[in-house]
Design a protein around this ligand. Structure first.
Ligand code: M6R
Length: 631
């Protein structure tokens, strides 16, 4: 996490830095800071503030910062508390070098120990601070070799230093010795370069520079670049100069607007009918000859034929989408499927089995654990001599230009548009749709369902957009009212079964991450094996009861909760059995297969309204960040 932005050129740096940081605040908001080179003195002026970006902006209000070269950072704390001393940029002892970094330097303690032995005094508890000190030491060495003070020398110094760093990073470095130059580098953390008018810039993500340019050059992994007002030089890890064509940003990658909504999260919940429409338009193609629908994934799907099992790797909300996916792939398409937490998979993977498809699911495409788990899987499968063990990979992501997009050849772009709220909503929805597409594709290829059954599922998917509009209209106000009654509760239990069990987990995750209320999701049948001990009149139970295979069972489980005095909220259509709920959030009747796509909406709205009612920062909940680029 953390966001970095940097610029060099002929225009004042500060407006771009602050605008960029505002757009990157979703990546972390424990502190913010900037460093700019003062044009006359060539000194580095550094300013940092604890907490949100607005605190930094307040600090800078009465300052005249006219420099044209600068770096900025918004932090999600890893090493060291969220305090000013740990805010970036970090400088060397002379204050002539400033560094911003996103990532984790895993061997920082060893490096720090060595530097301390040499007499370096550290001012922060961060891992990053070793970098400016190491660069200072390197520049001292280079000056003895009579290298000039210029950007190329800084490039050499930074290159030498990063070769000693372990871990992942994206960084930007300023040096008063080369006051118009910036050096930037990345390893397993995102960084893109932007080509503006009279300025070159770089940032962790495209929206940070979209107000200043729509021409970008993504930096590849392990690359380092020198930016000056005159141009850009990019080098790979072998120090070979790299040349590549810039690309244009799509309009959707540039727009970040709350419209008239109070929070991005609410806007993004309301985006979901559009997300469904987009998906149907992009991925559902009607064959004019036989009238049958096909799923239009852009990669060659021949390899699907040999697939005998599927492993899915993901974290957080993406894992919940993967669990719905796994249910579909097993129960609808007949393929044994396992879902793993990426953080577990990378250290305890299952034994290798042949003809396995591995799917990585990550909306940001940058989640460190998911990237590392996929990387490990690619390596161990590629090194096997048996061809049936070879890696078959698909990534499901909202950012096809991200790390996972470069790592995995077959991408399903969920096309949800940028999601700013830290709590994933529309991207979860779009990930779910992507799994419906995969399940249909597998069912067609493997013949596990008749064309008729597949057609029925597709018809249900086509009906989604107006149903979702309707749900939003019905439940926005009612969940606001419910939030009024429940905003002070301490614990909530979510129950679901079958394909809706992951929706119970997701409902609980949404509530806890934005409202800080303890919530837990369970398969409804498991409640009596322990969690039922938690129930009394202070613990409401939200029960997802979609007509189908397990409807009666879920109603019986809800009954058991009611007998323990819990207030019962039902997420269900109005039908026989649902009268037991104290409050029913009515869902349109649908085929059980598609019910997760409807059930999730009132749960998102309820979490949103409870958090908003509590006066919390819905879009930027404490301790979280939108993309978790550290392990
Ligand atoms: O970008 P990813 O989908 O890989 O992110 C995974 C999780 O960090 C993410 O889903 C997290 O749980 C969200 N805050 C959920 O709202």
């Amino acid at each position: 996490m953390c966001g970095i932005v940097a610029v060099t050129g002929y225009k004042k740096a500060l407006p771009l830095l602050l605008n960029g940081l505002e757009k990157l605040e979703y990546r972390g908001y424990d502190s913010a800071g900037i460093a700019v080179i003062e044009p006359e003195t060539k000194n580095i002026i550094c300013n940092k503030a604890e907490g949100k970006l607005r605190n930094l902006i307040n600090n800078l209000n009465d300052k005249n910062i006219s420099g044209t070269v600068g770096i900025g950072h918004t932090r999600w704390a890893t090493h060291g508390k969220p305090e000013v001393k740990n805010a970036h940029p970090h400088t060397d002892s002379s204050g002539n070098i400033a560094v911003v970094q996103n990532g984790i330097i895993e061997n920082f303690q060893d490096l720090k120990n060595k530097l301390e032995i040499e007499g370096v005094i550290f001012n922060s508890d961060t891992d990053t601070e070793v970098i400016p000190h190491l660069i200072q030491r390197e520049l001292n060495t280079l000056s003895k070799l009579k290298l000039e003070n210029n950007g190329s020398t800084l490039l050499v110094a930074v290159r030498n230093v990063i070769s000693d760093l372990e871990g992942s990073y994206a960084l930007a470095v300023l040096w008063s010795g080369a006051p118009t130059s910036l050096v930037v580098a990345r390893r397993q953390a995102p960084l893109i370069i932007g080509l503006g008018e009279g300025e070159f810039m770089c940032a962790s993500d495209t929206p940070a520079i979209a107000n200043f340019t729509n021409i970008i050059l993504p930096l590849e992994d392990e690359e380092i670049a020198l930016l000056t007002p005159l141009g850009i030089e990019i080098y790979d890890s072998n120090n070979e100069r790299q040349y590549r064509n810039p690309v244009s940003l799509k309009v959707s990658e540039q727009i970040i607007d709350k419209m008239n909504f109070k929070h991005f999260m609410l806007k993004e919940i309301y985006d979901q009918p559009g997300t469904a429409k987009n998906w149907l338009e992009n991925y559902l193609i009607k064959n004019s000859e036989n009238g049958q629908y096909q799923i239009n994934y852009s990669f060659d799907t021949k390899f699907f034929e040999s697939i005998e099992r599927i492993d899915i790797i993901a974290c957080g909300t993406s894992k919940h989408a993967a669990m719905v996916g796994s249910f579909l792939l097993e129960q609808f398409s007949g393929i044994p499927t396992n879902v793993f937490y990426a953080s577990e998979f990378r250290y305890s993977p299952p034994p290798l089995l042949p003809n396995t498809l591995t799917i990585g699911v990550t909306q940001s495409g940058e989640t460190a654990d998911t990237i590392a788990a996929i990387d490990m899987e690619i390596k161990r499968r590629s090194s096997s001599v048996d061809k049936t063990f070879k890696p078959n990979l698909i990534a499901i992501t909202n950012r096809k230009e991200s790390s996972i997009g470069r790592q995995v050849p077959n991408i399903i772009d969920i096309c949800a548009g940028i999601e700013v709220g830290v709590a994933a909503t529309k991207t979860f929805f779009a990930q779910l749709l992507s799994f419906y597409g995969l399940a249909i594709k597998f069912a067609q290829i493997k013949g596990s369902q008749s064309p008729d059954e597949i057609g029925k599922l597709i018809t249900e998917l086509i009906k989604l957009p107006p149903l979702l509009e309707d749900l939003l209209e019905k439940h926005n106000q009612s969940s606001e009212k419910l939030a009024h009654d429940f905003f002070n509760i301490k614990d909530v239990i979510f129950l679901g079964r079958g394909i809706n069990y992951p929706i119970a987990l997701e409902g609980a995750l949404k509530l806890k991450e934005i409202s800080y209320i303890h919530a837990a999701g369970y398969p409804a049948g498991e409640m009596k094996h322990g969690p039922i001990a938690l129930l009394d009149k202070k613990v409401p139970v939200i029960s997802i009861a979609s007509p189908g295979e397990v409807f009666d069972k879920v109603i019986s489980n809800a009954q058991e909760a009611k007998a323990r005095d819990s207030y019962l909220i039902g997420i269900a259509p109005e039908c026989n059995g649902t009268e037991i709920f104290d409050y029913l959030m009515k869902i349109p009747s649908s085929n059980e297969w598609v019910s997760p796509l409807l059930n999730i909406v009132p749960l998102q709205l309820l979490s949103y309204h409870i958090a908003a009612h509590r006066g919390l920062d819905v879009d930027q909940p404490r301790n979280l960040a939108k993309s978790v680029t550290v392990e």
